[in-house]
Design a protein around this ligand. Structure first.
Ligand SMILES: [Zn+2]
Length: 138
């Protein structure tokens, strides 16, 4: 007697398991006509059903890490950086642009920008020019 048995669509290789269920994916409109159906064994049926269930909010594994895409520092970070630089100047009595770069590991233009902002805010005084400029606490 020739017998046709339904085997699992998801099992790999020649030894497929017998299907225990047929799952159909319907879009709720075209009932029965354009359904995607899968014949599945029990482990694969569970796998598909689990994948189909909502699992709460998707959390990126990178959550908590600062994005590399964001090039600019946030206002809060800049304010904290300015404060740290101001305290550094106070502790050192006088600093150069280079000292700020070395201390905070920032590029020269960033140190210049923050130092200039502190000068503008009258928290620091600038003496000298360009590379030789030094900054002292007011
Ligand atoms: Zn299977």
């Amino acid at each position: 007697m020739k017998q046709t048995i339904l085997v699992c669509d998801h099992c790999q290789g020649p030894k497929r398991k017998d299907a225990v269920a047929t799952l159909s994916l319907l879009n709720g409109r075209a009932r029965g006509t354009s359904a995607t159906s899968l014949d599945l064994c029990e482990p694969h049926r569970r796998e598909i059903v689990n994948a189909f269930k909502p699992r709460g909010t998707y959390k990126s594994p990178k959550t908590g890490q600062p994005s590399r895409v964001r090039a600019r520092r946030s206002q809060k970070e800049m304010a904290e950086f300015r404060k740290a630089v101001a305290e550094f100047v106070k502790a050192q009595k006088q600093v150069s642009n280079k000292m700020v770069c070395t201390k905070f590991g920032v590029a020269g233009h960033q140190a210049t920008k923050v130092l200039a902002e502190l000068v503008a805010a009258k928290r620091l005084k600038k003496q000298g020019h360009s590379a030789k400029a030094i900054y002292i606490t007011v």
